[in-house]
Design a protein around this ligand. Sequence first.
Ligand code: PLP
Length: 414
Amino acid sequence: MRLPTTPPIYLDHHATTPVDPRVAAVLLHAMTTAFGNANSAEHIYGEVAAILVADARREVAELVNADPEGVHFTSGATESIRLAIAHAIAAPRHGPLRVALTTVEHRAVLDAVATYERKGEVSVTWLPVDGQARLDVAECAAACEGVDLVCIIAANNEVGTLYPVEEIAEVAGRAGARTLVDATQAAGRIPIDAAAWGITYLVISAHKIYGPKGVGALVVPPALDVRSSHGSTPGTGDGTPNVPGIVGLGEACRLRRLEMADDEPCMASQRNRLEALLLSGIDGLVVNGDRSGRLSNNLHVSVPGVPNDAVVSRLRRHVALSTGAACSSGAQTPSHVLRAMGLSEALQEGALRIGTGKFTTDEEIEQAAQHIVQAVAATRIMARTGPMPVTAPAGARSAKAVRAKPHLRGTGGL
Ligand code: PLP
């Protein structure tokens, strides 16, 4: 399957970002020219590769103000999270690891914690959020007393709400707990100061910041030996490091450090324009999350009672956006984030996650708004009038499959 010659407008940057051509250029160089094994540095090829890896480590560290010695390359955020939690579990103590975590963490954190909880190695304290997915720092402070590890997502991957990482890390530090900050969506978009904020484990992924897929980092204070809980981490010297991926991550971090301050306000104004167009074009549209403290590229909306999968299907040829977070299997499940926020069934059913990006143009914003308004209007009519009677042509989907999702019938825009 190929993308069409006129591909749909891409507005799903929370799922992944396109690789910046400048990142792709250094990556290609590391694959084809500087292709040495960084662990085999007796000759110039290996030496160059080792230098590239060291440079990338410095770039990652610089983006989040950390010590390069504490940067461990991984295959992405999921592996970084697992490594961090495994390391925290391995620390000597009596009884299970007492973990406090928000109800809106990414699945990667929830699943890792649940796995250890089932084995009796973790006990959980939940940190609830309000209707805009915000945390109450005072409530967190009380809940974090006596815990060993506090997990906080820096920016939510669905509704984009930003979290007070500095304050929570301070609360955790006062309680004698470690902090795991999932900065997968936030790094390179908002300033992060791992050293000054006393973050124990910081998680980064390249493919969310215009870098390649399959590479990320776990950033820890240099004294912490995260390898002891895992045996080894990719890129740290035991296996052959993924030099092109690591180089791509480093370049992506360098570009975000240099360009974030200019890019982010532009993306916020595009997002605001899109939001205004949708609010004026769609009756009853609700904007979810914290409008005064969210990622600059995030627009999460609900059209109550209008099934989001029908809208996304109608948009398929025009705009790529999402009904929510894709889990690791790729299946869409009801959003635990929206449920944690206490959104009504109608708001959950009508939820659309829109994520603009660095390369999104103003023209695309205008066009996307028109398409989304039209798709919602058409879906609404369909929901009101019911499906048109159709005579299924030979080879069409079975009547049973069509009956299972009545709002998908007749979606001519597919
Ligand atoms: N954490 C957050 C907040 C995310 O948004 C994602 C990806 O969607 C992950 C973790 C997992 O990232 P990766 O794909 O690098 O494993």
